[in-house]
Design a protein around this ligand. Structure first.
Ligand code: ZN
Length: 488
C-alpha cells in the first residue's frame, strides 16, 4: 500500500513538472437546450426512412415478442438452428440515424439486406402521455427484456433490483429449453454488478438453478466488443446474445445528447461500427448458412441536454432495426408517404394549446434552419506556456501573466484564448509550500458552452530574512529572484 501511495505522489510531482504543454480535460459540457427543438428533432427524424411515425411508434416491449416468436416459430427449410442477437446502442436518439454511414455501419448493412426500421418508444405504456417509468437505462432494457412496463417489472428507474419475476428473455427461453444458452454482455455495473443492480436476483436465480445464462460485465466498450466477437466465433455460441454498447450514452452525458453535437454523432458512428463488426462475425460463422438469425439493433432511451429520464420526445423515442419484419399484431400499418411526415408537426399531441402556440412563435423567431455547416467545435484546448511565475514569495500576489492557451477547432483553426482563461479560485500564498492552481476556460464558439480545466503547481517560499542572498532559499534563478525582490 505504501509503495502505491509513493508512486502516486511521484506521479503527481511528475505531472506538476511536465505540464508545460498540457492538454485541458473537458470536465463538463452542456447543450444549449433551446437549439435542440422538438421541431428540428421531428424534421431530422423525418429524414430517416422510418416505416412508421412518431405518432405510430412501437412500444419497445415489442422486442420481447419478436425474439420469443422467432425462437418459437418452426425452422425454415434448409435451416438447422435458430439464433438471435440484440445489439443495443445505449442512449442513441432516433434522429441521429440520419447520419448513418455507407461504410462500417450495422444499420446500413441491415437496411441494404432489406431490414425494417421503425420508431419505438420507451418511458412506459402511457405514450404519448406522461411517463410511467424513467427514460433511463435500467427501465428501458428491462422493458425490452421482459416485454413489460414498470407497472409489472417495477423498474421505474436505475438502482432498483428486480425480483426474479418477471424474468428476462435470457432466463425464460433458457429455462423453458427453447434455447440452450444466453449471454448478456455489458460494461455498465448497474445491470448485474452493483449492490443495487437490476438483475442481481435473476443472476443468482440462474446460478442456483444452473441455467446456462452468462452475465458478463466487461471493463469498457472495447472489452464488451472483444467478448462479443469471441462469443460469436465459437462453434457453439450462445443462442441468444444481448450486448450493449455505450458510446452514445457516455458521450451524451459528457457533451450533450443532440445531433447538433458532432461528438454525439461520432459516438453513434462508433457504436454502429461495433455493430457492423458483429454482423460480419455472424456472417463469417462456418454454419451461418444453416442458421436462422434474428438480428436487432435498438436503443433503450434517447436524451436531451446532458441527460435523460424525462419525457421530451428526444428522450422518449428509440428505434428498432430488424432483419425480420416487425410482428403483424403491432399497429405500424400507418406507414406514411414522405410528404405527410412534415405535417405531423401540426398534430403534436399536447395537453395545452396555449403552450404549443407560444413555443411555435418562439421557434418562428429562430433562424430558418440550424445547419451543422457553420458549427464550430472545440476539439482540444492546450496550454502552450504556463504563467511566467510559478515560484512566489509568501503573500505575493498570484498572476496568470505570460500564460499561452490555444483552442483547436474542428475546421483546423487554432485560436489564442489566453485572455479568456480564468482561475477556479485565487490561490493563497500565505504559507510556504506548494499549491495546486486550477485553470478554467469556457469555450463558446457555438451553442455549447464547454468548461475546460487543467491544474498546475506553484511553489511558495519564505522571503530572505537578511540582506545577504541565501542561495539555498532563493527562487530558482537570479533573474526571477531580483524581479520578485523588487515586487515585495
Ligand atoms: Zn441507457
Amino acid at each position: 500500500m505504501k509503495k502505491k501511495i509513493l508512486i502516486v505522489v511521484l506521479a503527481l510531482i511528475l505531472v506538476g513538472g511536465v505540464i508545460a504543454s498540457a492538454i485541458l480535460i473537458p470536465k463538463m459540457k452542456y447543450a444549449n437546450d433551446s437549439a435542440d427543438t422538438e421541431e428540428l428533432y421531428r424534421q431530422n427524424v423525418a429524414l430517416v426512412n422510418y416505416e412508421n411515425t412518431i405518432e405510430t411508434a412501437i412500444p419497445q416491449t415489442e422486442l420481447y415478442n419478436m425474439v420469443k416468436e422467432h425462437f418459437e416459430s418452426p425452422l425454415a427449410e434448409g435451416k438447422t438452428e435458430k439464433k438471435a442477437i440484440i445489439i443495443g446502442y445505449d442512449g442513441c436518439r432516433a434522429d441521429v440515424l440520419k447520419e448513418i454511414q455507407a461504410e462500417n455501419s450495422a444499420i446500413n448493412s441491415l437496411l441494404d439486406d432489406g431490414a425494417s426500421i421503425n420508431l419505438a418508444y420507451c418511458g412506459g405504456v402511457n405514450y404519448p402521455q406522461e411517463n410511467t417509468q424513467m427514460t433511463s437505462t435500467a427501465p428501458g432494457w428491462c422493458s425490452i427484456l421482459t416485454g413489460k412496463w414498470a407497472d409489472e417489472h417495477k423498474i421505474t428507474g436505475n438502482g432498483i433490483t428486480k425480483a426474479v419475476e418477471p424474468k428476462t428473455l435470457l432466463t425464460t427461453l433458457t429455462e423453458e429449453k427453447v434455447i440452450d444458452s444466453a449471454s448478456f454482455i455489458t460494461r455498465w455495473a448497474g445491470h448485474f454488478t452493483d449492490d443495487d443492480a437490476t438483475y442481481l436476483e435473476e443472476k443468482a436465480y440462474c446460478e442456483e438453478n444452473k441455467l446456462n445464462v452468462s452475465f458478463n460485465k466487461c471493463k469498457n466498450d472495447e472489452a464488451s466488443h472483444e467478448y462479443t466477437l469471441n462469443e460469436i466465433s465459437k462453434k457453439d455460441c450462445a443462442d441468444f446474445i444481448f450486448v450493449i454498447y455505450e458510446p452514445t450514452d457516455s458521450t451524451g452525458h459528457s457533451y450533450g445528447f443532440t445531433i447538433n453535437n458532432p461528438g454525439y454523432v461520432e459516438a453513434f458512428k462508433a457504436a454502429d461500427k461495433y455493430g457492423f463488426e458483429v454482423l460480419n462475425a455472424i456472417k463469417a460463422r462456418p454454419t451461418y448458412d444453416t442458421e436462422d438469425w434474428l438480428i436487432i439493433v435498438t436503443s433503450d432511451h434517447g436524451g436531451f441536454g446532458t441527460g435523460h429520464g424525462h419525457e421530451s420526445i428526444q428522450e422518449r423515442m428509440t428505434f428498432i432495426v430488424s432483419n425480420k419484419k416487425i410482428n403483424d399484431n403491432v399497429d405500424n400499418s400507418t406507414s406514411k408517404p414522405e410528404e405527410n411526415k412534415t405535417e405531423t408537426i401540426e398534430t403534436t399531441p399536447t395537453t395545452s394549446e396555449n403552450i404549443i402556440m407560444e413555443t411555435k412563435k418562439h421557434h418562428a423567431n429562430l433562424p430558418e434552419s440550424t445547419t451543422t455547416d457553420t458549427f464550430l467545435y472545440v476539439t482540444k484546448v492546450e496550454i502552450e506556456k504556463l504563467p511566467t511565475k510559478t515560484t512566489y514569495y509568501v503573500n505575493e500576489e498570484f498572476s496568470l501573466e505570460g500564460i499561452v492557451v490555444k483552442a483547436y477547432l474542428d475546421d483546423g483553426t487554432v485560436v489564442d484564448v489566453s485572455d479568456d482563461v480564468t482561475l477556479q479560485y485565487i490561490p493563497t500564498t500565505a504559507k510556504p509550500g506548494t499549491k495546486t492552481v486550477v485553470l478554467e476556460y469556457v469555450d463558446n464558439f457555438n451553442d455549447f458552452l464547454n468548461l475546460w480545466t487543467a491544474e498546475f503547481v506553484i511553489t511558495i517560499i519564505e522571503p530572505e530574512t537578511t540582506t545577504l542572498a541565501d542561495e539555498e532559499t532563493a527562487p530558482d534563478t537570479t533573474a526571477t529572484s531580483t524581479e520578485e525582490a523588487t515586487d515585495l
